[in-house]
Unconditional design. Sequence first.
Length: 224
Amino acid sequence: MITWGGLIFTIMSIDKPIPADEFDVALRTSFRLKNGENLIKSHKAHLIISPMNAMNDQLQAIYLALRVMTIADLLAQQSEPLAFYWNKSQVLADCEQFSQAVREAGDAMQKFNSNIPNALYELPTTYLAGLRILSSDNKSRFGAITKGLDVLTGFEIQIDPFDGKPSEVARHLYGMVGYILANGPVFSEGNTIGMEQDKLFSMRMIPSNEELPPRWAMKLESIN
């Protein structure tokens, strides 16, 4: 157990591998992951880093997540891990990817603390939130929903299926993740939002249920 700035973190060393089926989703959805199967087969033990403090404020939750990443990075300098896994978002990253994410996060927070506008847009969103593609009966329509974003924001973000490629849906979704992490909980029921003028989405809040936390759903309203 360690204390950093009044926050408590536990570090547990488990002398056995994580069950392979835990990574089923991560292998399909982790951003630009290479050789994931080999990383999973090769690992023999794992470390678990857990923050013990609950955060009700989004910015403080982001700080907490980045401290977990920093602790993992410091430990990696001694233990030479094979990979890093976010269990809430079910994202798996190799060492090179994780190092890049730590650098991006550090640069973003340094700029934010220096009052540089829009600094938090540079946070490594593809590691802070996982993504699940949603299909529909129409094979040309795809949607997506985040996984693990609620740890930071208190909600997930969902895009209802629309005509487009999965990569386009993912781009819109991660754009919204970056927007909400940079600006705070600014979504409003019935408002429209979008990264492109010809694609506007209306917002609606879907309450939590037994399977999912609360989520803001985005429905494509116009394509000019």
